[in-house]
Design a protein around this ligand. Structure first.
Ligand code: UDP
Ligand code: MG
Length: 314
């Protein structure tokens, strides 16, 4: 297990940012307002290889500023990777993760901390009661969390994102996990420490655009599914078994028809349909197997999860 790096800091707040030049001034203003209520804290912003003005804004407005620490990646490694870096660099007794686009209200952190202490738990995660914004995205998020819950070996709470607060115990455990596919909210549940939730209304992103492209969201969903369930791998057995059983029954029916009636050999359409269907099923299942092999491959390459270019304020 990684050593606890506690330096008598009460709270660390980890915020990944990627091309957030438009929100940053508002984010910093909002954080500044809340800092007095957080006591002895550090705010770790992880610049995930932004290509806009984020780097300069962070340098200019936070250089040497108390409480703030910044980690710059060499390139865009991804949201979960940025969160992982923030967790690894944190040293507070409690660590909170929040998005940099102000969709997660920083004011909630103290409420979560109170709940954590009062209810004697190690994790408090925020659950989106009402997610605003794009209907299609909302639908897929909902669907994803429900599929994940059905398939996963561990119980990942529904509709919870990364916004949370954790004790040092949990963070050290997450930091010590060697895996490279880092689906942080899954790892957080995996640790198994006592957790509780707090409900909140997730605000719409008012400034800047969502940095999650559809392909990035798809990758996140696949990481979540394959990282925490092996049921998709077993799909081929279930489907194969069902189809074999159905074909056996069909064979009997056809045989009976052949004997009793003069069986009229037409049915090209149904034949071609079955061929296409089976081709589709096989390719799909091959894809599923490929997904897991890809993961074994990245794990065996054993490359670091991210590369840090610069660290400020540490
Ligand atoms: N983000 C990041 N790297 C990426 C994509 C996003 O660090 O490759 C950050 C982004 O700046 C934001 C957070 O992750 O602070 C959540 O991203 P976004 O708002 O796009 O996600 P959504 O709210 O749509 O789920
Ligand atoms: Mg957002």
């Amino acid at each position: 297990m990684a050593d606890s790096k506690t330096k008598n800091l009460d709270l660390s707040i980890v915020i990944p940012v990627y091309n957030e030049e438009a929100v940053l001034p508002f984010l910093i203003e909002r954080l500044d307002k809340n800092i007095p209520s957080w006591g002895n804290c550090e705010i770790i912003l992880v610049n995930d290889g932004s290509s806009d003005n984020t780097y300069n804004i962070l340098k200019d407005s936070l250089g040497g500023k108390k409480h703030y620490k910044v980690v710059h990646f060499t390139r865009n490694f991804g949201h979960q990777e940025a969160v992982s870096a923030g967790l690894a660099e944190s040293s507070g007794n409690y660590v909170s993760i929040m998005d940099g686009d102000l969709q997660d209200p920083p004011e909630l952190i103290n409420q979560m901390l109170d709940k954590l202490k009062n209810e004697n738990t190690e994790i408090v995660y925020a659950v989106r009661e009402r997610r605003k914004g794009n209907i299609l995205k909302r639908f897929f998020y909902k669907l994803f969390y429900r599929i994940l819950r059905k398939l996963s070996d561990i119980k990942i709470p529904l509709d919870s994102g990364d916004f949370c607060i954790m004790s040092r115990l949990v963070v050290d455990k997450i930091n010590s996990l060697p895996e490279h596919n880092r689906f942080v909210r899954g790892l957080r549940s995996w640790t198994g420490y006592k957790s509780t939730s707090i409900k909140y209304n997730r605000e719409d992103r008012t400034i800047g655009k969502a940095k999650y492209s559809i392909s990035k969201l798809f990758k996140l969903a696949l990481d979540g599914l394959t990282g925490f369930s092996t049921i998709p791998l077993r799909l081929s057995i279930y489907i194969g078994f069902t189809i074999a059983l159905l074909s056996f029954l069909a064979a009997i029916v056809i045989l009976i028809l052949r004997i009793t009636l003069a069986f009229n050999v037409s049915g090209w359409a149904s034949l071609i349909l079955v061929v296409f269907f089976m081709g589709g099923v096989q390719l799909l299942l091959l894809g599923v197997v490929g997904e897991y092999i890809a993961r074994i491959y990245t794990e065996s390459q054993n490359r670091p999860v991210y590369v840090i270019k610069e660290k400020d304020g540490f």
